[in-house]
Design a protein around this ligand. Structure first.
Ligand SMILES: [Mn+2]
Length: 446
């Protein structure tokens, strides 16, 4: 009998705003991983589908970052296995994908899935796609040879909450492979982190779009903000613009913190009624094709900064610019942070009393950005072209209900850097101008 539901290409993001990751990119990433590992077997677990009873819907499914990076597939209960044969390059090893068998009755509920077969091979550029049922029998052959101290590296999603509905759970499937490795087991995470630190052209294109969607949404929020609205109304403006722009979800919970909440770093309740004179910190990021932006703007809800707010704002902005100006290959996150802190120290005047405002800059300046908002990789790594980082100084004066954070996403290039999120107004005068024009547009349609 022919399966009634066809078109499992959804499994590779076909039809999504971002589209599938090009097969040649996936192939290059997998080759780079095996070259890096050198010898042994790598296993990458997919994410599992979520339990019915966990306030989750099917659309909550998000693939594991490492699995998506290497395979571009959104299937659950799958395992990717690579065998590194030493030497590196395209001939440095081989790959297999283990997928659950299709279950036509279940697909009436969940939509078509990708099963073992020719279609999965075409979508991923791998010639060996097998049923997960075969993994136990393959385990001894995969791990039988070689005397490496680490024969098996395991990565991808940590097993949790597997329902078994879409197929056997990955931790159960992995049992025979772990046994065959006889204790010579390590984590794949450090190798994946090194690869993911430097973004390829497809990743940069996705991050660029995520940045463009996010800055467009922030511009809308600037034009819409008014005293007497709730924080969640601004959240709605922002997230509606994300979806219209093609974002599949937020990269992290949207932060809209006004007045006293502007000094709470990860405030995301967004319940407060915004009042005249408040500053509003909006720290937001659209996720486009599995890559997220992370941008913060701090605006005066009444449309104009008070002189006091403006003084702190310009201090933070100057620190941010000084750090951004120093982003180039060979620099480091530590150096950038020192530059921002020194700027605040030397430009505080008496704004924060006898001491400088630097003591109110209570978090780090930067983090890596990519599939994860706090993306993988050691923070000590010197900058190289293709790395993407945030630059986000802040000063938080809780006693005055006055918090300012300004954050942009910066790509390291061969000659310096490119700010991916410069389209959202940033200088105080630009923010005020955008807010004024939003108000006059609203007045015009009333
Ligand atoms: Mn950030």
């Amino acid at each position: 009998m022919r399966c009634p539901v066809v078109a499992p290409r959804v499994a590779a993001q076909a039809g999504s705003p971002a589209g599938p990751v090009p097969v040649e990119r996936l192939t290059a990433r997998r080759a780079a991983l095996l070259a890096r590992v050198g010898h042994g077997v790598v296993v990458v677990r997919s994410a599992e589908s979520r339990p019915d009873d966990a306030h989750a819907q099917d659309s909550d499914f998000r693939q594991d970052d490492d699995f998506f990076y290497l395979r571009g597939l959104e299937e659950s209960s799958a395992l990717l296995v690579g065998v590194a044969a030493g030497g590196g390059g395209a001939s440095g090893g081989s790959w297999r994908l283990y997928l659950p068998e299709r279950m036509p009755a279940r697909e009436q509920w969940t939509g078509a899935r990708l099963g073992p077969g020719a279609e999965a091979m075409a979508l991923t550029g791998i010639g060996d796609v097998r049923s997960v049922q075969r993994l136990a029998g393959d385990a001894a052959g995969l791990l039988g040879s070689g005397g490496d101290s680490t024969a098996l590296r395991v990565g991808g999603a940590a097993p949790r909450g597997c329902t078994g509905r879409e197929g056997p759970c990955t931790d159960a499937l992995l049992g025979p492979v772990l046994a065959a490795a006889r204790g010579r087991i390590g984590s794949l995470d450090p190798d994946m982190a090194q690869l993911r630190l430097v973004k390829d052209v497809d990743e940069i294109a996705r991050l660029r779009r995520a940045g463009a969607i996010t800055t467009a949404a922030l511009s809308e929020a600037l034009a819409a903000a008014e005293p007497g609205e709730h924080e969640y109304e601004l959240e709605a403006v922002i997230e509606a613009a994300f979806r219209r722009g093609g974002a599949e979800r937020v990269g992290f919970p949207t932060i809209v913190g006004s007045g006293p909440n502007s000094t709470v770093l990860h405030y995301d309740r967004n319940r407060r009624l915004m009042q005249a004179g408040d500053l509003v910190v909006m720290d937001v990021g659209a996720e486009f094709g599995y890559y997220t932006a992370d941008v913060t703007r701090t605006i005066p809800v009444s449309g104009e900064y008070t002189p006091r707010q403006r003084a702190i704002y310009d201090l933070v902005l100057g620190a941010q610019q000084a750090a951004i100006d120093s982003v180039r290959p060979g620099s480091s996150l530590m150096q950038l942070e020192n530059i921002a802190r020194r700027y605040i120290e030397t430009h505080s005047g008496s704004s924060c009393g006898p001491e400088s405002c630097e003591r109110y800059f209570i978090h780090g300046l930067s983090h890596w950005l990519g599939m994860d908002v706090h993306d993988v990789g050691p923070y000590t790594t010197p900058l190289r072209p293709g790395m993407v980082l945030t630059v986000e100084p802040g000063v938080y004066l809780a006693g005055e209900a006055l918090g300012v954070r300004i954050e942009d996403d910066v790509l390291v290039t061969a000659t310096g850097h490119e700010v991916l999120t410069s389209d959202a107004p940033r200088a105080a005068a630009e923010v005020e101008k955008e807010m004024r024009s939003g108000r006059s547009r609203r007045a015009g349609v009333k």
